[in-house]
Design a protein around this ligand. Structure first.
Ligand SMILES: Cc1ncc(COP(=O)(O)O)c(C=O)c1O
Length: 436
């Protein structure tokens, strides 16, 4: 390991990887020189097909020339124009442009930096607007790693388990059972009964400020809800005078084949949370809500030094232009169907692949051990082997799911039909090589 006594800024050799703490659980050892479109290129010149998009961020591909040019141009003019002190042109344009893309008319935007920070903002706004304390989140959801966001998260115990006590007045409602072998009507009745029990035993619905939902569960395993679910949450929120918060941090900006995932179900939330794909890799997040709700925050009630950073806003404006002009939302829908069909074909006959599912370019394979004592059980070891086999064939994938039993595939929205075919072929080989 490089000693901290040695100067490293221009040293001929790179510091050892161990300078980065192990808390950054890591999928690969690759050291990247640059990225282009769907590809990452290592310092040794090896090319990898990146079907992680940096966890759903680089929707326009790596270093899209138009986004990179916008960042470079902005960086030479102004790097930081603090929101409490001045206005700047990219920020003004972005607020207006995002409001134009909101799920309904007369919405406004509050900009922050990370997804977790935007989740915190949504909870603060919901509590101010309703004067109520309780947030109901859903089992399997992931909302980030700050204290409030951890309290809302139940995708994996690793995220929160070591950090109790966490902020209270958060309850986790069940998510409908979407297993392929479960009758959908039975699952719906069971969910309704569980919600009745939640309200009878734990939460007085008159105290609920908001229901918080990922329209498609992300880290929890890429679970697409049944069609009744989001409209039913809208009804529940209305009935109890609570807000509905859609966490579109991962699903937003075209990822699912619609600009916002809630559009698949014609549901208008009260607050929409965004981050990741909005600025192609620069840290930017935000919440959108009706202007009358945002106005309930007194000046100074929320904020942050870097929120709505000028370079990130310039990147977001360029990102939105690229998404529109290159038809990336439609491409996500088309490539998503191609990917899902291709994966279903290569997974056929692999008895350890329990499910192939997805929406747009959020696609997953669920792995089980069918011979486990007591019946089929999640198989995270198999998921790991598949990731390793894919990596050895220069395709980068991620895992997901509460047990790590899901292989998730998150291509950039610019991915081509040829790249999808290549990924499907590699995943087919990897399933066989990993013993699926
Ligand atoms: C749905 C969802 N919400 C919130 C977050 C937290 O975002 P960040 O990591 O930017 O804090 C994530 C990150 O993966 C996410 O997928």
């Amino acid at each position: 390991m490089t000693s901290i006594a040695e100067p490293v800024l221009d040293a001929p050799t790179l510091p050892d990887r161990s300078v980065v703490p192990a808390v950054w659980a890591r999928y690969t050892d690759l050291v990247i020189d640059h990225g282009e479109g769907s590809w990452l290129v290592t310092t040794d010149g090896e090319r990898y097909l990146d079907y992680t998009s940096g966890i759903g961020v680089t929707n326009t591909g790596h270093a899209h020339p138009r986004v990179a040019a916008a960042v470079a141009a902005q960086a030479t003019r102004l790097l930081h124009g603090q929101q409490n002190i001045v206005y700047h042109e990219p920020g003004l344009r972005l607020h207006a442009e995002l409001a134009r893309r909101a799920p309904a008319a007369d919405w406004g935007v509050f900009l922050g930096n990370s997804g977790a920070e935007a989740i915190e903002a949504s909870v603060k706004l919901a509590r101010v607007v309703t004067g109520r304390p309780v947030i109901v989140a859903f089992r399997g959801g992931f909302h980030g790693r700050t204290a409030q966001a951890m309290s809302l998260t139940s995708s994996r115990v690793t995220i929160r388990g070591d950090f109790e006590p966490l902020p209270g007045s958060v309850y986790h409602a069940p998510y409908p059972d979407t297993a392929p072998d479960v009758d959908p009507e039975t699952a719906r009745r069971a969910w309704e009964a569980d919600m009745d029990a939640l309200f009878a035993q734990l939460v007085d619905p008159r105290h609920v400020a908001a229901f918080l939902i990922e329209p498609v569960i992300g880290e929890g395993g890429y679970i697409v809800p049944p069609d009744w679910f989001l409209p039913r949450l809208r009804e529940l929120a209305d009935r109890h005078g609570a807000l509905l918060i859609a966490d579109e941090v991962q699903t937003g900006v075209g990822r699912t084949g619609r600009f916002w995932a809630v559009e698949h179900w014609d549901v208008v939330p009260d607050i929409l949370v965004m981050a990741k794909g909005i600025a192609s890799g620069l840290p930017l997040s935000g919440i959108m809500a009706p202007r009358e709700l945002l106005a309930r925050w007194a000046p100074g009630a929320h904020g942050g030094t870097y929120g709505g950073n000028v370079v990130a806003c310039a990147a977001a404006l360029a990102t939105l232009r690229v998404v529109d002009e290159e038809g990336l939302v439609a491409n996500a829908a088309e490539r998503g169907t191609q990917l899902l069909d291709g994966l279903r074909a290569v997974a056929a006959g692999h008895r350890r692949v329990a499910d192939v599912r997805g929406l747009g370019l959020m696609v997953a394979l669920e792995l089980v051990d069918p011979d486990a004592p007591g019946g089929p059980a999640p198989d995270p070891a198999l998921a790991k082997r598949i990731l390793a086999e894919a990596l050895s064939r220069r395709l980068i994938l991620l895992s997901a799911g509460s047990w790590g039993q899901v292989v998730r595939i998150i291509p950039p929205l610019v991915t081509t039909p040829e790249e999808v075919d290549r990924a499907v072929a590699i995943i087919g080989e990897s399933l066989a090589a990993a013993g699926a």
